[in-house]
Write a new protein. Structure first.
Length: 41
């Protein structure tokens, strides 16, 4: 199997993983800011 044939799906999967990580960071920042007083920091 050619390595080039695997490159496009792998790149798409990497993009999906990066977008999910970004979404998780935004969600965590939003939750920590909205519930800052309840955290007890």
């Amino acid at each position: 199997m050619e390595a080039r044939a695997l490159y496009a799906p792998l790149k798409a999967l990497a993009l999906v993983v990066l977008l999910l990580m970004l979404a998780a960071m935004v969600y965590a920042a939003y939750m920590s800011l909205t519930h800052w007083t309840g955290i007890g920091v």
